[in-house]
Design a protein around this ligand. Structure first.
Ligand SMILES: Cc1cc2nc3c(=O)[nH]c(=O)nc-3n(C[C@H](O)[C@H](O)[C@H](O)COP(=O)(O)OP(=O)(O)OC[C@H]3O[C@@H](n4cnc5c(N)ncnc54)[C@H](O)[C@@H]3O)c2cc1C
Length: 304
C-alpha cells in the first residue's frame, strides 16, 4: 500500500479534500494532471460568487455556513485573502418567481437579508440599469472567492501537513482490487486504501460506465467589461450580483483588479455549448509547446 488516500485532481474540490484529509493523516497523495489552479480548470477566471441564499436550495445554508468558517481557517493558516465579503444583490421582478423563491429560501433557513425596492436600488446602486418593476434581495454576507488563491493555499497547507503532491501526473486509470485501489499514470502504479476522484470536467473518462452514460461536459464562457470609472465598481461599492429577467439570468462580480467588471450570462452557451475536453487538462501548455492565448474574453467598453 502506497498511502491511505489518493485525491485525483487538485482543482476547487480536490485541493480542499486534500487539505482536510491532510489534517487527519499524513498518508495522503494528491495527483494533478497539470498544476493546481491552472487556467483551464474550473478555478480559472479570478473570482467565484459566494452567496448565503441560493435559489430553491435553502438546504445549502448550513453547508455554506460551515464553508465560511473553513475559508477563514484557510486564510489564517496561509495568510492569503480568499473570501471578500462584498454583499450580494439578487435582482428580479418584484413578486416574480425568482425573488419569491429566494425569499421562500430565507423563510426556511433564516438567512439574513433585506429587500430593496427599485427606488432604494437606484439610489444605492446606480450602476445597475433597472427595469420599472425590478427589486432586489440583498445578502449582506455574500461576496467573492479568489479561487486560484484558495486552491494554491489549500495545496500548500496540505503539503505543510505532510501530504504528497504529484503535479503534471495525469491519472490514466483507477481499478478497485481486493488489495486496495490501483491508480496508474503512464507506466507508474500506486495502491491506496481509498481514492477521491475530483477531476472536474475531465471526470468522464475516469468514471465507471454507468456514470459516463449520464455525464455531459459543457463550456461556460465568462466575460469582463472595462469600467469607465473603476471606483464605482470596486468591491466596496459594487456587490456581487445575479439578475433574472423572464427566463434568462446573468451574474457578475466587482472589479477586483480595479478595472474589469465581471458580467456573464448564466449557464452553458446555447447551440455549440457541448465541450470536448482534451485528454489532459492542459495540452497546450505541455513542455515544448508555445502556450496559446488565454480564453479570457476581450473586454468591451462598458458593463452590461
Ligand atoms: C465559468 C464558471 C463560472 C462559475 N461561477 C461560479 C460561481 O460564481 N460560484 C460558484 O459557487 N461556482 C461557480 N462555478 C462552479 C465552480 O467553479 C465549479 O463547480 C468548481 O470550480 C468545480 O471544481 P472541480 O474541482 O470539480 O473542478 P476543477 O476546479 O476544474 O478541478 C479539476 C482538476 O482535476 C484535474 N484533472 C483532470 N483530470 C485529471 C486526471 N486524469 N488526473 C489528475 N488530475 C486531473 C484538472 O487539471 C483540474 O485541476 C463556476 C464554474 C465555471 C466554469
Amino acid at each position: 500500500m502506497d498511502a491511505q488516500l489518493a485525491v485525483i485532481g487538485l482543482g476547487s474540490i480536490g485541493s480542499m479534500a486534500l487539505w482536510q484529509a491532510s489534517r487527519l493523516s499524513d498518508s495522503v497523495v494528491g495527483f494533478e494532471a497539470a498544476t493546481p489552479a491552472h487556467g483551464r480548470s474550473a478555478v480559472g477566471g479570478d473570482t467565484r460568487l459566494f452567496r448565503m441564499i441560493y435559489l430553491g436550495r435553502p438546504d445549502y445554508y448550513p453547508i455554506i455556513e460551515r464553508s465560511r468558517g473553513l475559508w477563514a481557517e484557510l486564510e489564517a493558516e496561509t495568510g492569503q485573502d480568499i473570501l471578500t465579503t462584498t454583499g450580494g444583490l439578487s435582482i428580479g421582478t418584484a413578486n416574480g418567481s425568482f425573488i419569491n423563491s429566494l425569499l421562500e429560501a430565507t423563510r426556511v433557513n433564516g438567512a439574513e437579508h433585506s429587500v430593496l425596492s427599485r427606488e432604494e436600488m437606484a439610489e444605492r446602486y446606480p450602476q445597475h440599469n433597472l427595469r420599472p418593476d425590478d427589486c432586489a434581495v440583498y445578502d449582506p454576507r455574500a461576496g467573492v472567492l479568489r479561487t486560484d488563491r484558495a486552491v494554491s493555499a489549500a495545496v500548500a497547507a496540505a503539503q505543510a501537513n505532510g501530504a504528497t503532491v504529484l503535479q503534471n501526473t495525469p491519472v490514466d486509470s483507477i481499478t478497485e482490487t481486493d488489495h486496495g485501489v490501483v491508480v496508474t499514470s503512464g507506466d507508474r502504479t500506486w495502491t491506496f486504501e481509498k481514492v477521491i476522484v475530483a477531476s472536474g470536467g475531465w471526470s468522464r473518462r475516469l468514471m465507471p460506465d454507468h456514470l459516463k452514460a449520464v455525464t455531459e461536459t459543457h463550456r461556460i464562457v465568462l466575460t469582463w467589461f472595462i469600467a469607465e470609472d473603476g471606483t464605482q465598481f470596486s468591491p466596496e461599492n459594487f456587490p456581487a450580483f445575479s439578475r433574472w429577467y423572464e427566463d434568462r439570468s446573468m451574474y457578475g462580480a466587482p472589479a477586483v483588479d480595479g478595472v474589469t467588471v465581471k458580467a456573464s450570462v448564466d449557464g452553458p452557451l446555447a447551440g455549440r455549448a457541448r465541450a470536448t475536453p482534451t485528454r489532459t487538462p492542459c495540452p497546450e501548455n505541455s513542455p515544448g509547446k508555445k502556450p496559446k492565448r488565454s480564453p479570457r474574453s476581450s473586454p468591451n467598453s462598458s458593463p452590461a
